[in-house]
Ligand binder design. Structure first.
Ligand SMILES: [Zn+2]
Length: 404
C-alpha cells in the first residue's frame, strides 16, 4: 500500500490533512511534556492552517489545577487574536478533553475540536459527557475523534507505564524528587539515558575559535580582513547556508572571500577552512569508549558542511566510532531549529527524556531543553571530557568518575 493511501485510510471521517498535521504537532508537545514529568497531553489551536496557540499540559510545573493543555492553548490563542472569541478555530488535542476543558472550548466559541485518544475516565466530549454537542448550551462545536489515536494513546500508555516502574523502583509515592531549588522529574533523575549525543566542534573536536586563529593554523601570514557587525552577519549567513547544504565548497569560499576584503581569494579561504579543525579534545575518546562499553549508544548532531564532515569521519577515530552521526548539511536543517532535534529523535528512535546532550552554544542547548532533552553547555576552554563524564555519571550512564 502506498504511504498516501495508508495515511488516508488512517484519517477518520471529518478529519482533514491539516488536522492530522496539527495533531502531530500536539503529539510532539505532549512527548516533550512527558520528559519533564507532566502527563503527556498537547493541544494546538489553529485557523486556516495557521497556529494561533499551542501548549502541553503543565500542571506540575505551574502548580495550576487548570493547567491542562487545552486551557493554556486557548488562552494563548485569545491573546494572539486579542479576543476571547475563537470563531472559526479548531483545536487539536491528543486526549479527549475533560469537563473543564470542554466547557472552556464552548465558552471560547471554537468551531471544532479534534482529538486523538478517548478518555474513558474523564472524557467530556463523548465518553462521560458530550458537552461540545449538548443542545442545551448556546454554542456547539463539531467533534472529530481518533485522529492519530494509536500514537496518542501509546504516548500516554508509555508515560504511565514508565512512571509506575519508576515509583516501584524508588519505593516512593511521590511524583518528584526535589534537587536544590529545581524540581526535576523522576525520569530525568533516575533513568539512565539510552543515547548520549554530542555536538562536535568545541565539544569532541577542537576547532579554531576565530579567523585569526584559522589563518595561523593554515600557515598564512596574518593579513587584514573586514570586521564589524555587517561583515560578521554576512559570514554567519554564508556559513549557515553552507552547513545546510545549500552551497558548494567553492561557492562558499568565493562568497566568503568577498566578505573578508579584496585582498582575499577563494583559495585563501579554502586554505583556512581546511585548517579549521585541530583534532580531538584529550580524554573524549576514553569517555565515548566507556559509554559504549556501558551499553549506552553514542551519537553526534553537528552543524557542519560536507567537507569538514568527511575529514572528521576519516581522520578522527572518536567521531568515526559513534553509533549515529548526523549533520546539518545532510538533514538540511540547522541547530537551533526545532526540526533538527525532532529529526534526531525520529532517526535515533529515542524519546526526548532518553537523550543526554552536550553542545557549546547556549542557543543550541536551550532549544534541546525546550524539547525535553537533558542538555548541557560545554565550555570549550575547560576540560570538556571531565565535564561530560560527570554528567554521564549523574545520569547513571557511567558508573563512576574516572579521569585521565
Ligand atoms: Zn482538561
Amino acid at each position: 500500500m502506498s504511504a498516501l493511501r495508508w495515511l488516508r485510510k488512517r484519517l477518520p471521517l471529518g478529519a482533514t490533512w491539516t488536522d492530522a498535521r496539527m495533531m502531530r504537532r500536539a503529539l510532539r508537545l505532549a512527548r516533550s511534556a512527558a520528559a519533564s514529568g507532566e502527563v503527556p497531553v498537547g493541544a494546538v489551536v489553529y485557523k486556516d492552517g495557521v497556529v494561533l496557540g499551542e501548549a502541553a499540559n503543565d500542571r506540575e510545573a505551574s502548580a495550576d489545577p487548570t493547567g491542562h493543555a487545552e486551557v493554556v492553548a486557548i488562552r494563548r490563542a485569545g491573546e494572539r487574536l486579542g479576543s476571547w472569541r475563537l470563531d472559526g478555530c479548531t483545536i487539536a488535542v491528543t486526549l479527549e478533553p475533560c469537563a473543564m476543558c470542554a466547557g472552556a472550548l464552548v465558552n471560547s466559541r471554537m468551531a471544532r475540536v479534534v482529538y486523538g485518544a478517548d478518555d474513558p475516565k474523564a472524557g467530556a466530549c463523548r465518553s462521560l459527557f458530550a458537552i461540545p454537542e449538548d443542545r442545551r448550551l448556546n454554542h456547539r462545536l463539531k467533534v472529530v475523534r481518533h485522529v492519530l489515536r494509536v500514537e496518542c494513546a501509546a504516548t500516554l500508555r508509555s508515560f504511565f507505564r514508565r512512571r509506575r516502574a519508576e515509583r516501584s523502583a524508588l519505593g516512593t509515592q511521590g511524583d518528584r524528587v526535589i534537587v536544590g531549588t529545581q524540581r526535576r522529574s523522576v525520569a530525568t533523575l533516575t533513568s539512565p539515558p539510552r543515547i548520549v549525543c554530542f555536538d562536535l566542534g568545541g565539544v569532541l573536536v577542537r576547532i579554531c575559535r576565530d579567523w585569526s586563529q584559522g589563518m595561523a593554523a593554515a600557515g598564512l601570514k596574518p593579513k587584514r580582513f573586514a570586521s564589524g557587525a555587517s561583515a560578521d552577519a554576512a559570514r554567519l549567513t554564508l556559513l549557515e547556508q553552507y552547513q545546510r547544504g545549500a552551497l558548494t565548497v567553492s561557492d562558499f569560499c568565493s562568497s566568503f572571500a568577498v566578505t573578508l576584503g579584496s585582498n582575499w581569494s577563494g583559495a585563501d579561504v579554502l586554505c583556512v577552512h581546511r585548517a579549521w579543525i585541530m583534532g580531538e579534545y584529550p580524554g573524549v575518546d576514553r569517555l565515548v569508549d566507556d559509554l559504549q562499553r556501558s551499553g549506552v549508544r553514542t551519537a553526534c548532531l553537528s552543524n557542519t558542511n560536507d567537507e569538514h564532515w568527511r575529514y572528521m569521519e576519516r581522520s578522527l577515530p572518536t567521531v568515526a566510532g559513534l553509533h549515529l552521526r548526523l549533520a546539518s548539511h545532510q538533514l538540511r536543517l540547522h541547530k537551533p531549529d526545532r526540526g533538527i532535534y525532532e529529526a534526531f529523535e525520529s532517526i535515533s528512535g529515542c524519546q526526548s527524556g532518553e537523550i543526554l546532550f552536550f553542545d557549546d552554544l547556549e542557543a543550541n542547548v536551550a532549544a534541546a531543553r525546550s524539547l525535553g532533552w537533558d542538555a548541557h553547555r560545554v565550555d570549550p576552554q575547560s576540560d570538556t571530557a571531565a565535564f561530560m563524564r560527570a554528567h554521564a555519571v549523574r545520569r547513571r550512564a557511567l558508573a563512576e568518575v574516572r579521569h585521565g
